[in-house]
Ligand binder design. Structure first.
Ligand code: C2E
Ligand code: MG
Ligand code: MG
Ligand code: MG
Length: 293
């Protein structure tokens, strides 16, 4: 009987697999079509220096503006294009669009940093540096020092030498900076970080979330801040959802922050107004004085 059941389960499993595979094909086709139909867009989330109050830059985050389903999160469609040509195409579109937006901001007298996320596959692709270089040539007006790539810390594991070479080439040959995203989740070692010439370390939001209540998360963040300082890297906390979180990070020595406490990601047409209305003198230090008295 067990055998029979086993066989039944096996058949069921097969059917499920087949359905999953064909669903994936439909999705891939849909995503390719979405790219052609220009249904992707970038939202932008500000990053600020909490000590000075200054706006540092924005991170571009992709969304799919689906004609029927509405706005779709990258977490819902990026996994289905992983490892395919479409991943590269979408990645190239993001870089191009990020540069276009940086150009627009510059034209309005706003000189800040633009960050875009790049996938491991895109970053490791042999054509990546040429493609990035070509994009910079298409957007000659932007200063490449204002363009930054966010690479997941986890994607540097197992590729240390190659990644380190690509990061160096980005910095030295093209002037483009690199941030290690979701830092702390990739379990890379101290010597690992030393070999990665990235400019910035982004503390993962999973540690930030409970920094006020969980001593382990506090200790991890404290360690990452210390590490960044020892290696002369910039450090920024992501997922800063409240003033209390921001103040804690500031007290711990992390000046830079990104998160809902500052702003949610917003569409391009709201960004310039947001920046114009943002007051650099609303420093977090001042607000701490208000709250502590
Ligand atoms: P990420 O690069 O770590 O981006 C931060 C994510 O946290 C974003 O989610 C952002 O909307 C969200 N976030 C920002 N502040 C807060 C906060 O205070 N609280 C909470 N709970 N969340 C916050 P999003 O836009 O859904 O993107 C998710 C991930 O998808 C990104 O994580 C990134 O890894 C990936 N991604 C997004 N756009 C792209 C892209 O253009 N290319 C690639 N390869 N990956 C992308
Ligand atoms: Mg990111
Ligand atoms: Mg992140
Ligand atoms: Mg993330």
């Amino acid at each position: 009987q067990a055998k029979q059941q086993g066989k039944k389960n096996y058949q069921l499993f097969d059917l499920e697999q087949a359905q999953k595979t064909s669903l994936l094909h439909v999705k891939l086709h849909e995503i390719q079509q979405a790219l052609i139909n220009n249904e992707f867009c970038l939202y932008y989330q500000p990053k600020v220096n909490m000590a000075s109050g200054k706006l540092i830059g924005v991170e571009a985050l992709i969304r799919w503006q689906h004609p029927v389903k509405g706005l779709i999160s990258p977490l819902k469609f990026l996994p289905s294009i992983e490892g395919t040509d479409i991943e590269i195409q979408v990645g190239e579109w993001v870089i191009d669009q990020g540069m276009t937006q940086l150009e627009r901001l510059n034209n309005r007298g706003i000189n800040i940093e633009m960050s875009v996320n790049v996938s491991a596959m895109q970053f490791l692709n042999t054509c990546f540096l040429d493609s990035l270089n070509a994009a910079l040539h298409r957007h000659q007006n932007i200063d490449s020092h204002h363009f930054k790539l966010e690479v997941l810390e986890s994607s540097t594991l197992g590729n240390l030498e190659r990644i380190s070479k690509i990061i160096s080439a980005c910095r030295n040959d093209l002037g483009v900076k690199i941030a290690l995203d979701d830092f702390g989740t990739g379990y890379s070692s101290l010597s690992h970080l030393r070999q990665l010439p990235a400019d910035t370390i982004k503390i993962d939001q999973s540690f930030v979330r409970d920094v006020l209540i969980d001593p382990d998360d506090f200790a991890i963040i404290d360690g990452v801040i210390g590490l960044s300082k020892s290696f002369s890297r910039n450090v920024i906390a992501e997922g800063v959802e409240s003033t209390e979180h921001g103040l804690m990070l500031l007290l711990m020595g992390c000046n830079n922050a990104q998160g809902y406490a500052i702003s949610k990601p917003m569409p391009a047409n709201m960004l310039v107004d947001w920046i114009k209305e943002y007051k650099p003198n609303q420093t977090w230090l001042n607000s701490s004085e208000v709250e502590m008295t």
